[in-house]
Design a protein. Structure first.
Length: 270
């Protein structure tokens, strides 16, 4: 009995540590007291100020633009990489491929970004949006590869074999059988890469230069001058703008969890 109480207490503490700060941000975004020293009543003034802040809107558009491009490129690279990995017959090549993916997963992001930064200084490449996208592509595509490769390994080859037996060409098999079965995993991989990009602070800081300001870098500069109710409102709007598209995409694709990526290998078919 005592053990169950201890586990329940630790669970409550864990969830409280994770979610109470988010609740505090949401509540203080509606606090009429700008200093948040006390509760001054409910107001929407800070949301109006945030939506009227040109710097916030520009940073939001920049962040979403970078995240969409980085997400799409990550899925594209990971998808073709997973297709190539699936067709490999030599264990040595598969081991090398797995090692290259693992290196991108375990290396700290700051090391990857610093390597790209130093390389650009040697070849005199200008800092900007595309360097940020390239840096995010390096590590985001590795996570996307794990999701897509796992789905491809679960595919029952009998679907594709049946299509070939019916006379379908390789491209027709890919377009009509393979691709529809992996679309949910592509969506999940995109959403993961999109989220990583939206949260990234290191890449824009080192590679963005003076002209690129994303939401994380803008919020860091605001917090240096002290947390205010408007900063909380910006954080709440950022959460809404990032979560709503995710829920819409998951709803329309029918994906309810990372494991819901279609029928598993060996599953019964009708």
């Amino acid at each position: 009995m005592n053990r169950h109480v201890t586990v329940a207490a630790l669970t409550v503490l864990g969830f409280g540590f994770l979610y109470l700060p988010l609740v505090a941000i949401i509540v203080n975004a509606f606090n009429a007291d700008a200093t948040m020293v006390r509760w001054g009543g409910v107001t929407l003034e800070w949301f109006a100020n945030a939506l009227g802040n040109a710097e916030f809107i520009q940073s939001l558009l920049t962040s979403f633009g970078i995240a969409i491009i980085a997400g799409l490129l990550s899925v594209l690279v990971a998808f073709f990489g997973a297709l190539g990995r699936r067709s490999m017959r030599l264990r040595a090549l598969s081991a090398v491929d797995d090692l290259l993916v693992l290196v991108r997963l375990v290396l700290p992001i700051v090391i990857i970004v610093m390597a790209i930064f130093l390389s650009t200084r040697i070849v005199k490449l200008p800092l900007g949006v595309w360097l940020v996208v390239g840096a995010q592509l390096v590590y985001s595509s590795a996570y996307a590869f794990l999701i897509i490769n796992a789905r491809l390994r679960q595919l029952d080859s009998s679907f594709e074999d049946a299509a070939r037996d019916l006379g379908a060409k390789p491209w027709a098999v890919f377009r009509s059988v393979t691709l529809p079965l992996v679309v949910p995993s592509l969506v999940v991989a995109f959403l993961m890469a999109f989220t990583f990009s939206l949260d990234d602070v290191v890449s824009p800081t080192f590679l963005g230069g003076p002209t690129v300001e994303t939401l994380p870098t803008m919020m860091m500069s605001l917090i240096r001058h002290g947390a205010t109710a408007e900063v909380n409102a910006i954080a709440v709007l950022t959460m809404l703008f990032s979560l709503v598209p995710m829920f819409v995409a998951l709803t329309f694709t029918g994906v309810k969890s990372l494991s819901a990526v279609g029928p598993r290998k060996g599953a019964e078919t009708r």
